[in-house]
Design a protein around this ligand. Sequence first.
Ligand code: FAD
Length: 509
Amino acid sequence: MPPSAPPIVDALRACVGERQVSTTPPDRVAYARDLWPRSQLDRLAGEAPQRPAAVVWPADAAQVAEVVALCRQHRVPIVPFGAGSGVCGGTLPIHGGVVLDLKRLKAVRQLRPADGIVEVEAGCVGERLERWLNRQGLSLGHFPSSILCSTVGGWVATRSAGQCSSRYGKIEDMVVDLEVVGGDGVVRRTPRADAGGVDWNAIYVGSEGTLGVITAATLRVQRLPTAQAFRGWRVPNIEAGVEIMRRAMQAGLRPSVLRLYDPLDTLMVGSDGDRKAAKGPLHSLKQGLLGKGGSGRGLRWALGHPRLSNGAVRLIPPGCLLLAVSEGSAAEARATDDAIAAIARGVQAEDLGEGPARAWLAHRYAVSFKQSRIYAAGAFVDTFEVATTWGEVRGLYDAVKAAVGRHVLVMAHFSHAYPGGCSIYFTFAGAGPTPQVMRARYDAAWQAGLDTAVTRGAAIAHHHGVGLSRGRHMGAAHGEAQRWFGALKATLDPDGILNPGKVFSEAPP
Ligand SMILES: Cc1cc2nc3c(=O)[nH]c(=O)nc-3n(C[C@H](O)[C@H](O)[C@H](O)COP(=O)(O)OP(=O)(O)OC[C@H]3O[C@@H](n4cnc5c(N)ncnc54)[C@H](O)[C@@H]3O)c2cc1C
């Protein structure tokens, strides 16, 4: 495929309008990225990312279909783009072509409160939808930390999870049907998820724009909860915290949040559970290492010697912070909170009151969309999440920490609890003398983490998707199903123009 496609630009302008197609350098640079930290390391190493030839802003599904048909005719790759908050490189136009930004498709098409469903266009930003639903006394129940800067289409395409997935499920649990433009440039609607037989929505959920461009989704909605109960617990160690989570979920309780920080992450968060305002000792250390306008030399040294820094972490007391949020009617929230309390007391957890969970809720979207200051100090930081069954959680945590800890400083929290298991969200940071060495260490950390997850039979992703960062592990994780993907791709995107190279990066043609 050609890396750029100027002849198509006039045809695109005729289709969506002069001002809805851009080939200017600022737009092409802006759309050559998402929030994948490795791209930043590439830039530090002096490598500019591949830019798209053009950015297109269609107005509706019919225009999306026309753009796809044009690109097919000219054999030009298309990258669907929601808000670019992806952290795995999913929107990077690695083969050039056209970036198709869906944000003009933002209407709520219909709400059927009695049926508990809403139909919304793919480019609608999540927080806007949630606020609109709240005014009708409803909620989607989907609260990713990126809700302010991610879209409904992006959620479905990446198989996203909100912070309250223990109660409301992941996005795939909410999809009723989808409107999708295939690689042949035809608008289609999937059969309802409960139509009987195969659920065809499932092949689009998590397909990251490789099988179709999602233009609208019908989603299940809930009545707004009328009450919430908050509780923080100091648990003696990780095992005790995981045990509380498992027993609560397997007792049929449905708290919206159960979140357990490992000892290092507990120190980072601080005992009040408020990472933003945390004044814990490690936070002070980080501030000291980064220094106000300082060189960051101390931080680089500490992160550049992961065996030492991870060794020092082992001296931290084993106690962990567990947060619980319960909601529903006042009686339901109270009953869930009381039942979790009974389980927690059974493993000698110390009740910290409402404060830690309230503090977490108040700042739950205060994650930084800016590149971390750690990069400015000449180091790097990233996260990855995996998921597994309760019986495997502790073993997976230890194995990933040991493997990744050879390259970087690593910590984790356990969240998104379900009756069968939960996800483990690892945060790692490292440094190196040159951008090239940093990138090699970063890659080694990812490789070690995902290799370990595959070896132990865990899910290599829980909610951040695949993009480019997990593509090379997809074959090992999915086995023969990789060929089924090839077959689906050949049917739904016959000329392979939809986001090529993503999800199954080594899929056979
Ligand atoms: C600070 C921060 C916090 C985050 N927290 C969470 C979290 O709590 N939970 C979570 O699940 N994720 C989280 N993420 C990751 C990210 O927000 C999600 O992956 C989100 O679903 C991406 O939505 P988007 O609209 O920005 O998609 P984009 O980044 O624009 O695209 C992501 C992928 O989906 C494809 N795509 C986008 N729209 C469409 C469409 N309409 N049709 C077909 N394909 C499409 C793109 O081609 C790309 O492959 C976080 C990210 C950041 C930066």
